[in-house]
Write a protein that binds this ligand. Structure first.
Ligand SMILES: [Zn+2]
Length: 367
């Protein structure tokens, strides 16, 4: 995964087309793939997203760049592609500049992945806590200054070293002098540094540290890195199933909370090991069934009336609940349930369709 370079976005599009035609047997997709990528509680089916996996694998490799111990041999080779080292460059220069600086295809790809994932995570491209001071490509006084280099050797190498842990305020020059053994004649350099930070982010507060940044700079020997990166990317998907929730709220005329909806979605995947039943419940929740109303929209020659009663409009809710023909089925279901539990039971669609237990304790599932 560290070697394969997928250069063109078209390749991912091709893979997506293949997955879609496999899932929907070459027919029109009834649920967006981006929704299927989500986790169960969000209304997805955990369908793998190949691009996120690819990114996650590359990010795992990028993690080695920042590793001070146990880094594999190749990191040394790639670090030397740029001067000063690649990690310093990658944290202090723009994507366009970095791509111009090297012809090494692997390094170029890493740079692209890093910036693409930053964009995907909607991370601001401003100063980072991890940005270097010495050798920072955007901080002109720090680029090649021997004094800043000495500061770095003394422990003042990154922007975050200017701040006390747990505080957002920059340390005073006196504190830094004491902490990093800096001579007081360098006060001007401290001012240059302050000025740079002020310009970059229009304040002097500690820069933001994103989840992606935290993960990228974690100990590279830790296991499960690809899953961690994948989960982080997946959790940032702009896709959600709220539109389905809204439709159920309207049909059931109840104010279904997001929490309830999440548990309904999880229940659809967890309450049975029978795959057929699971997919059936999922299709209900996601409202994928082709109803007469939908068919009528594709083709006006097809009537939009319910095919069971031939009277009412064949909306999804009518077809699975309101129709008098289907109601006799639900009557039988409720009667059977009553016989089994020997208790009275109201016939509620929220319970029978979505699996939300009626709101009285005696029927509530014990925790
Ligand atoms: Zn009907």
């Amino acid at each position: 995964s560290g070697i394969i370079i997928i250069k063109k976005i078209q390749h991912f599009k091709k893979i997506k087309t293949l997955i879609l035609s496999f899932i929907w047997k070459n027919q029109r997709a009834r649920i967006r793939l981006s929704l299927l990528h989500l986790y169960h509680d969000e209304g997805g089916l955990k369908c793998p997203n190949i691009m996120w996996y690819y990114w996650a694998a590359q990010l795992r490799s990028i993690r080695y760049y920042f590793s001070t111990t146990d880094a594999p041999q190749w990191t040394e080779m790639e670090n030397r592609v740029l001067s000063p080292s690649l990690p310093l460059n990658i944290l202090s220069d723009s994507e366009a500049n970095l791509l111009k600086k090297t012809t090494n295809p692997i390094v170029k790809n890493m740079v692209k992945v890093r910036y693409n994932t930053k964009k995907f995570m909607k991370e601001p491209v401003t100063l980072s806590q991890l940005s270097p001071i010495w050798a920072n490509q955007e901080f002109k006084p720090g680029r090649a200054d021997a004094v800043f280099k000495q500061w770095a050797l003394n422990g003042l190498g990154k922007i975050q070293d200017l701040f006390t842990a747990g505080s957002d305020d920059m340390m005073s020059f006196e504190t830094l002098q004491y902490k990093y053994n800096i001579h007081r004649k360098y006060f001007f350099k401290y001012l240059q540094l302050r000025n740079f930070i002020q310009k970059k982010q229009s304040n002097l507060l500690k820069p933001f540290k994103s989840k992606l940044e935290v993960l990228v700079t974690e100990d590279s020997s830790k296991k499960g890195a690809i899953s961690q990166f994948y989960n982080l990317l997946a959790s940032n998907s702009s896709e959600n199933s709220t539109i389905k929730l809204e439709a159920w709220r309207k049909d059931l005329e109840i104010n279904l909370s997001l929490e309830e909806w999440r548990s309904v979605c999880i229940k659809a995947q967890k309450q049975t090991i029978n795959l057929r039943l699971r997919i059936l419940q999922y299709k209900w929740l996601m409202r994928v069934y082709i109803t007469p109303v939908k068919l009528n929209k594709y083709n006006p020659d097809i009537p939009d009336t319910c095919t069971k009663c031939n009277e009412e409009k064949g909306t999804l809710f009518h077809c699975i609940w309101e129709c008098r023909v289907i109601q006799s089925f639900w009557n039988a279901v409720t009667q059977t349930l009553k016989d089994i539990i020997s208790k009275s039971l109201t016939q509620e669609p929220a319970f029978l369709i979505l699996g939300i237990y009626p709101n009285y304790p005696k029927y509530a599932k014990s925790p």
